[in-house]
Design a protein around this ligand. Structure first.
Ligand code: 1QQ
Length: 393
C-alpha cells in the first residue's frame, strides 16, 4: 500500500518535473529566462532574445517564393531590432518544398530551439501537416503565403497574413471577365498540390457564378512537363481565356507549350503568378496574364514606397508579393509581442488574433481570433514583363 502511494506520489512529482521542463515557454525561453518584459508598445523592453522560427522553401519547387520571403523577413527583423527594446533572434530552416522535411524542422524549432512563434512554411501542402504539429504543441504559427482553404481552421494557434486564394480569385476572375470580355474559358489545374486543387474549385465556382462557359476542363500532376494532349483539346475549343491553377514547375512548360501550339488566349492564374521569377521565366508568353493577390509595388500603403526602395537597394532586385507578406509578418509579430510586452507563446497567440486595422505595406490589415486575415485584394496584369495594377491599365 505504502509503496503504491509512494509510486503515485513519485509519478506526480515526475509529471510535474516533466511539465516544468517542457513548459513550452509560456513565458520562458529555452534556458528558463522570462520572456515577459516591462513597459508596453514602443517602450516595451524584454531582457531575453525572442526566438522566431522561420520555415521556408529555400530549395525545391517553391524556392522561387522562399528566397524573396527570406529576404523580406531579414530586412524586417533588422529594421525592428534597430528600434531596440525587443531583440528578435531568427532560426531559419529550409523545408526543401517537402511536407516530411517541413514537419521535421517544425519539430526541431518547437522542441529543441523552443521558439516563441514560427513563420512559414511557403506552401499550403507543407503547412497542412506542419501547422497541425504547431497546433498540437501550442506554438503560434503565422503563414505568409499559405492561401488554400482550410488553413486557419487547423486550430487556434494558426494564423496567416496571406490573403486567401478564395478572396483573391473572387476579385481577379470577375475583373478578368470584364477586362477581357470573356464568354468561354478552358481550365487547367494541378490536381495533386493542395493549394492548386483548392484554387481550382474556387475558380470553377467563380466562373460558373458569372455564367462563363467552361469549354475544356483538364488536370495534370505537379511534376508533369508536357501537356500536349490537354492543350490540343484547348486549342480546338478556342476559348476566350485559359484559367490556370498551377505552381511554377508546371506553369512554365505548360504556358510555353501552349504558345508554341498557337494558343494565344490570355491566361488568368492563381497566387504563384505573383512572382517576378515566374513572369521572367515565361518572358513574352506571360504578357497579358491576369492574377489576383495581396500586394502591388504601386499600392499607396503606409511604408510601401520605402519598403520597395530598401529591398531593391539591399538585394539588387524589386521585391514581390511574397517578400511583402513576409516583411509584414515580422511587423505583426512585433505588434503582438509589444501588446502585452510578452513574447511567450500564449501571449503571442492571444495578440496575433487581435490585430485590428494595422497599417502595413499590404494596406490596412486585421487578423481575427480564428487566424484569418482581412485586407483588400489587388488585381494585376503583366505588361512589358512587369505586374501592374489592372485598374490603371
Ligand atoms: C500556397 C500558395 C503558393 C503559390 C505559395 C508559393 O499560395 O501554397 O498556398
Amino acid at each position: 500500500m505504502r509503496l503504491r502511494v509512494g509510486s503515485a506520489a513519485l509519478a506526480a512529482v515526475v509529471l510535474l518535473l516533466v511539465a516544468g521542463c517542457t513548459d513550452d515557454g509560456d513565458g520562458t525561453s529555452a534556458d528558463g529566462t522570462s520572456l515577459s518584459g516591462t513597459g508596453s508598445g514602443a517602450d516595451c523592453v524584454i531582457g531575453t532574445p525572442v526566438k522566431v522560427g522561420i520555415v521556408l522553401s529555400l530549395s525545391g519547387g517553391a524556392a522561387f517564393a522562399g528566397e524573396y520571403q527570406q529576404q523580406g523577413l531579414e530586412l524586417a527583423f533588422e529594421e525592428i531590432n534597430a528600434k531596440k527594446g525587443v531583440d528578435y533572434e531568427v532560426v531559419l530552416e529550409d523545408d526543401q518544398t517537402t511536407p516530411d522535411v517541413g514537419v521535421a524542422v517544425y519539430e526541431k524549432l518547437i522542441d529543441a530551439d523552443r521558439v516563441s512563434v514560427i513563420v512559414g512554411p511557403t506552401l499550403s501542402s507543407v503547412a497542412f501537416t506542419a501547422f497541425s504539429d504547431a497546433q498540437e504543441a501550442g506554438v503560434p504559427a503565422l503563414g505568409i503565403s499559405t492561401t488554400a482553404e482550410g488553413i486557419p481552421e487547423l486550430g487556434d494557434y494558426i494564423f496567416r497574413d496571406s490573403l486567401s486564394e478564395q478572396i483573391a480569385l473572387n476579385a481577379s476572375i470577375p475583373a478578368a471577365v470584364q477586362a477581357l470580355d470573356l464568354k468561354t474559358v478552358a481550365i487547367l489545374h494541378d490536381s495533386v498540390d493542395e493549394f492548386t486543387s483548392s484554387a481550382y474549385t474556387t475558380m470553377k465556382e467563380a466562373l460558373e457564378g458569372l455564367g462563363i462557359d467552361i469549354v475544356e476542363d483538364h488536370e495534370f500532376a505537379t511534376t508533369d512537363t508536357t501537356f500536349t494532349e490537354q492543350l490540343n483539346q484547348v486549342r480546338a475549343a478556342a476559348p476566350d481565356a485559359v484559367v490556370l491553377s498551377a505552381l511554377p514547375g508546371a506553369t512554365i512548360p505548360l504556358v510555353k507549350e501552349a504558345r508554341e501550339l498557337g494558343i494565344t488566349a490570355p491566361i488568368v492564374g492563381g497566387n504563384a503568378f505573383n512572382s517576378p521569377v515566374m513572369v521572367g521565366a515565361l518572358g513574352a508568353a506571360a504578357e497579358g496574364l491576369i492574377v489576383g493577390g495581396a500586394w502591388s509595388s504601386a499600392l499607396p500603403s503606409e511604408g510601401n514606397e520605402q519598403f520597395v526602395a530598401s529591398f531593391t537597394q539591399r538585394y539588387g532586385k524589386a521585391p514581390d508579393q511574397f517578400a511583402a507578406q513576409a516583411y509584414t509578418a515580422a511587423q505583426l509579430i512585433d505588434v503582438a509581442v509589444r501588446a502585452d510586452c510578452d513574447a511567450g507563446r500564449e501571449a503571442i497567440k492571444d495578440n496575433l488574433g487581435q490585430i485590428l486595422e494595422q497599417e502595413t505595406i499590404l494596406g490596412t490589415l486585421s487578423i481575427d481570433e480564428n487566424g484569418e486575415v482581412y485586407q483588400d485584394p489587388v488585381v494585376q496584369i503583366v505588361r512589358d514583363g512587369v505586374l501592374v495594377p489592372l485598374e490603371g491599365d
